[in-house]
Each structure stands twice: as structure tokens, then as C-alpha cells.
Design a protein around this ligand. Structure first.
Ligand code: ATP
Ligand code: MG
Length: 421
């Protein structure tokens, strides 16, 4: 009986050139972390792919599903490893074909590398194809653009036989694009936005603005649950929480009511930028989508954006419809949690009629009147954090670790750790 293993493939085009080694190393490291709960016996580069073997073959299906979630993985196939005999190829090809679903046409593609195996690949194609036709009489051989290609790869003294496998997350290995700070609420949008930049190789440090002490801390727990749901993707390093209730109260008392939402957002962005400086992150990320709510008109986005000093703000969802965002939230496993309601700072001190087309000069005047440097410093110095497991590319800012320790009250750390149990 051939042995069941896993073959992970990645987007070769993105990984070509002199960066290839670095990308492969990052992918291997991230896969190792994502599969740490399984009995993995071997995880190594193999013929332009990554080979994963388990001590327990019954885990291979679950290992494949977990590997498919890791950013940078294009496809994951279950492969059958066996001897170099025609009977073994045929037996493995039948097993590989059974793994494939909903297809009509197929072909066999034999390859040989570093082997003294004498038979020509065309002959292997023919004999394995004949065995498959006999086992699956309803399937049709098609040489050009078949639904499924069964690959027979003879490497050294062994053979690996596999079909199309399942689609992976795509994108690039987390960590290869550097760090970002993502403004994370417990709504649908920002977890999806964070996942999207993580899938493009960014290591994400979310900042959540809680309404504490004016509201409960429920949103902080909900956000942590959302980050647990995102854990299989290995893209979140450390969560920062800013107790924002008092800051908002001050802004609500002193600022014009119709501009409150924009002023809150400006404060969030300015504090997040400070966190990004602390972390060495190169961009901020939000879940904004054009026109979705009053604060997301072009005028208001401009008036908010003005609060950032140097960093770009990435808005991966700017052109997405809500239904598309919700579909993605379901796919990545955050939908149910984001459906839960927890009061956060967004529910606090909301004006009855928010400005939908703010003028930049008016907003700037209102902002300057609030003594923004002090507000931002107040938020930044109240910062708390908890590390999220499973993101091996995350490196805490070592030069600032002393400062960090003073920023993180032990109580939050302990509560965060207790949650992770
Ligand atoms: P979401 O579903 O992400 O909450 P939303 O549709 O509720 O988005 P807004 O409330 O206008 O939209 O928020 C726009 C963006 O501002 C969010 O996507 C998020 O990036 C950021 N944001 C809003 N509230 C918070 C918060 N409490 N903490 C951190 N970021 C926030
Ligand atoms: Mg929101």
C-alpha cells in the first residue's frame, strides 16, 4: 500500500529570482507553526514544492486542510509515495483519482528527476492512463486542458502520485512584506481587511479602541475571539488595546457634535500611527469601504486621512460591496463572531446628525482646538497589549521592549494569557 503524504505548492512566479530562498524559508517556518498541533515527521523542500509527512497517516487529510490556509500556499495535494513499479503507479493513481471531485476529463503526466528508472515517461503515461480508464470507465482522457492531471513523479528510488489537490489561501508568506498596524473593531470589515493584507505577506498588529471605562470591556474579548478565529492563518502578532472611552468623552464635550465621528477617527489614526512607530510597522490598515457609512464618504475619508503624519493607510476593502465582505468573513471564519454585538467606542457619544461631507479646513480647526498632541499621548500611554500565538514572523520591537513593559499593565497580560488557554 502506498504511503499517504502531503505536497504543498506555492506561487512560483512570485517566488522567482533572488528572493526565492527567503520566501521559501518564510513559508516553511509559517507552515511549521501552523502544523504544530499535528504529528509531522518531515517538512522540507521537495522538487519545487514542500513535502510534509506525518507519523500518523490518518492526520494527513487534516494536515492538508491546515496547510491550505497558510498564506503563500497555492495548492495542497495528497500524494501517494511508493516504489517504482508500474503496479505501484497504477494503484496510487487510482487512489489519487478518487481524491478528486466533480471532474469529467483527465490526463496522466509522468516526470522523472534524479533517477535511473529506465522506462520512458510516455510509456508510463500510457500504462497508468490505461489502468485509470479501466477503473473509471465514465471518465474521459483529454490531453489539452483536462479537469484533472494525475502526476506521476519519479524521484530517485521512489514515486509520488497525486492529483490537483485543494486550493490554498494564495498570496505570500506572512512576514515577507513587513509589518502593518491594523485598526480592528469587532465588525465584519476590519477582520477581513486584516486577513487580506496578511495574505499579501504582512505581519499584522491590530489596535482596538475600546469604550472602557465608559462601556464594558466586552468588545476587547470579542476582538480576541476574532483573533483566535484568524489564528490558523498565522498573521497576527500582537494585539494592542486603547481604552478610549474617556478620550472620546472629552472630544464629545469639546468638539462640534456633527464632526465627532471624524474627530474620533482622527484620534484613532494618530494613536495607531504612534503604535506603528513603536512596532516599526510601515503602514496602517482599515476596513473602510467607499460610501458604506457616513464616515466613509470621500470628503470624510480625506478629513480623517489628514491626521496621519507619514504612513500610508491601506484600505483593502475600499472597492468591495458589503455582500462580498460578508462572504469573505464566512470563508475565513470571522462571520459569526462579527455578528455578535458588543458596545465599543463606536457606539459611544454618537451625534444625531453626523457630517457626511466635512470640509477639511473646518475639521482641522476643530481638531487643533482639542489639543490633539495631549489626546494622542493620553491614548498612547494607556496602551495595553497581549501577544497572539501562531505568528512566527512577529518580532516584538526589542529596542523598545523596556518601554513596552511599562506600557502593558500586568493585569491585561494575565487576562490575555488566561484567555489563550
Ligand atoms: P467594521 O466592520 O470594521 O467595524 P464598519 O463598517 O463598522 O467597519 P466604521 O465603524 O466606519 O465601519 O469603521 C471604519 C474602520 O475604522 C473600521 O473598518 C476599522 O478599521 C476602524 N475602526 C472602527 N472602529 C474601531 C475600533 N473600535 N477600534 C479599532 N478600529 C476601529
Ligand atoms: Mg465598526
Amino acid at each position: 500500500m502506498p504511503r499517504k503524504v502531503c505536497l504543498v505548492s506555492y506561487h512560483e512566479i512570485a517566488l522567482k529570482g533572488k528572493n526565492r530562498r527567503r520566501f521559501e524559508d518564510a513559508l516553511l517556518r509559517n507552515l511549521r507553526a501552523a502544523l504544530s498541533g499535528f504529528r509531522v515527521a518531515k517538512l522540507e523542500r521537495f522538487q519545487g514544492r514542500i513535502l510534509c509527512e506525518s507519523e500518523d497517516e490518518s492526520q494527513v487529510g487534516d494536515i492538508a486542510a491546515a496547510a491550505a490556509k497558510v498564506p503563500g500556499v497555492a495548492r495542497v495535494a495528497i500524494a501517494w509515495q511508493g516504489p517504482r513499479t508500474e503496479e505501484a503507479f497504477a494503484e496510487a493513481a487510482i487512489l489519487a483519482m478518487r481524491e478528486s471531485e466533480h471532474f469529467r476529463t483527465f490526463k496522466v503526466h509522468a516526470k522523472k528527476s534524479n533517477t535511473d528508472y529506465a522506462e520512458h515517461t510516455l510509456d508510463i503515461n500510457r500504462s497508468v492512463g490505461a489502468a485509470l480508464c479501466a477503473a473509471f470507465p465514465e471518465k474521459i482522457v483529454q490531453m489539452h486542458d483536462p479537469d484533472v492531471t494525475i502526476t506521476v513523479n519519479i524521484v530517485g528510488g521512489q514515486s509520488y502520485v497525486f492529483g490537483e489537490g485543494m486550493r490554498g489561501a494564495g498570496g505570500l508568506p506572512v512576514g515577507t512584506a513587513g509589518k502593518v498596524v491594523s485598526l480592528l473593531s469587532s465588525g465584519f470589515d476590519s477582520p477581513v481587511a486584516s486577513w487580506m493584507v496578511g495574505r499579501r505577506g504582512a505581519c499584522v498588529c491590530p489596535v482596538h479602541f475600546s469604550g472602557r471605562p465608559v462601556t464594558s470591556d466586552a468588545s476587547e474579548w470579542l476582538v480576541q475571539d476574532i483573533l483566535q478565529a484568524l489564528k490558523p492563518y498565522g498573521l497576527v502578532g500582537r494585539l494592542y488595546v486603547v481604552p478610549f472611552g474617556e478620550i472620546q468623552r472629552k472630544m464629545a464635550l469639546e468638539g462640534p457634535p456633527d464632526l465627532r465621528v471624524i474627530l474620533y477617527r482622527r484620534a484613532m489614526i494618530a494613536i495607531a500611527e504612534r503604535v506603528a512607530e513603536l512596532e516599526g510597522a510601515k503602514a496602517l490598515v482599515t476596513g473602510e469601504s467607499l460610501g458604506q457609512v457616513a464616515s466613509q464618504t470621500l470628503d470624510n475619508i480625506r478629513a480623517t486621512n489628514d491626521a496621519v503624519r507619514t504612513l500610508p493607510i491601506l484600505r483593502p476593502l475600499i472597492g468591495s460591496d458589503k455582500v462580498e465582505i460578508i462572504d469573505r468573513a464566512r470563508e475565513i471564519g470571522t462571520f459569526d463572531l462579527s455578528s455578535e454585538k458588543a458596545p465599543d467606542c463606536c457606539t459611544l457619544f454618537m451625534p444625531r446628525r453626523p457630517e457626511t461631507h466635512a470640509r477639511l479646513d473646518v475639521v482641522r480647526r476643530a481638531w487643533e482646538a482639542l489639543d490633539p498632541d495631549e489626546l494622542v499621548e493620553e491614548g498612547f500611554s494607556a496602551l495595553e497589549y497581549v501577544d497572539i500565538e501562531g505568528c512566527p514572523s512577529y518580532k516584538p520591537p526589542c529596542a523598545l521592549s523596556e518601554r513596552h513593559a511599562t506600557l502593558a499593565p500586568a493585569a491585561w497580560k494575565v487576562r490575555g494569557d488566561a484567555r489563550g488557554e
